[in-house]
Design a protein around this ligand. Structure first.
Ligand code: HEM
Length: 295
């Protein structure tokens, strides 16, 4: 059975550039059909298309974020296939984002009033623009002509930071939809939890690697019981924090923005003061403790 799946996943049609075309062509056809069915003579219509197009991009970036962790946590033919095709799947994300970019361009040029009504803060504009700069840099350096200008360390740093930034954007959008606005849609839950799981898998994979490295280096491994207990408590607390934003967001934001410098940073520093990511930070800290090994 496993062997069959391995063979199926090696099929040329679902690997490399063919996979890219297989996903991005129907996606683009759907985008054209949706555009034709939308009243593009109004700002609201164009905004609808911004939302529609980015909703194709979001699951792809979450998948790309999770890809390497899945292979570490549950090695198998499917994760290997995912990892092997990460670049091409990432390119499909870029295509969906290019559609969003096109609609943003239309809105910012022809419907300026609606555009400024939708982009509330300078920070929104900065987050979005930085996202597009990262995306462009990633695409360019995915080909030899761009890659040759970077050494492997710089390349890795660029791609890691870009992926994290581009994950952080939609993850925070859906976190705010659930934790601030009163009327979240079912899709907000689906995307928030998918983004959460994608990053939590990275933390879990990091923890597993730490444990494996410790096993190799230390003959008699032991994690002090108190650390295991504290780490597990932190992970549980982090999970609770991740699911309860609506109940603590106002108080935590108010607390974190008490100093004037912090309140000022909200205006321009992307994601500040990082409320959507607090749960994952706590879970990461818990994982650090649980996997801390003493000889
Ligand atoms: C300067 C660049 C950008 C601008 C001006 C911009 C603008 C917008 C606007 C106006 C909307 C609202 C659409 C609506 O609800 O009617 C939106 C939604 C959204 N954008 Fe962007 N965006 C930018 C870049 C990005 C980037 C880089 C990402 C990263 C993936 C992103 C992800 C999203 C998401 C997830 C939504 C919510 C879609 C939903 O409601 O499900 N945007 N954007």
């Amino acid at each position: 059975m496993n062997l069959d799946l391995k063979l199926v996943l090696k099929n040329k049609a679902i690997n490399g550039w063919r996979l890219f075309w297989l996903i991005s062509t129907p996606m683009s056809i759907v985008m054209v059909i949706a555009t034709l069915g939308t009243d593009m003579s109004t700002g609201a219509g164009v905004s609808e298309m911004i939302q529609f197009s980015v909703r194709w991009a979001v699951p792809i970036i979450f998948l790309v974020v999770a890809a390497s962790s899945v292979q570490i946590l549950i090695p198998g033919p499917l994760p290997v296939w995912l990892l092997r095709n990460r670049k091409y799947i990432g390119m499909c994300f870029a295509v969906a984002m290019a559609w969003q970019g096109t609609f943003i361009f239309i809105m910012s040029n022809f419907f300026r009033e609606d555009y400024f009504k939708d982009v509330y803060l300078l920070r929104d504009e900065l987050e979005g623009s930085i996202g597009y700069i990262f995306l462009t840099a990633m695409v360019v350096t995915s080909f030899n002509f761009g890659r040759k200008h970077l050494n492997p360390k710089q390349w890795k740093l660029l791609h890691k930071s870009s992926i994290y930034f581009l994950w952080a954007y939609p993850f925070s959008v859906y976190w705010w939809n659930l934790s601030y606005y009163e009327n979240p849609q079912p899709i907000d839950y689906v995307f928030y939890w998918s983004g959460f799981i994608a990053f939590a898998l990275r933390i879990a994979a990091w923890g597993k690697k730490r444990q494996q490295a410790a096993k190799k280096n230390v003959s008699e491994r032991s994690t002090p019981f108190a650390l295991t207990l504290l780490g597990s408590a932190l992970i549980t607390f982090g999970l609770f924090v991740s699911a309860s934003g609506l109940y603590w967001q106002k108080a935590v934001t108010a607390f974190l923005t008490v100093p004037k410098w912090s309140a000022d940073l909200v205006l321009w520093l992307p994601y500040w003061p990082f409320e959507p990511y607090l749960s994952l930070f706590v879970i990461g800290l818990g994982t650090l403790l649980v996997t801390k090994v003493r000889a």
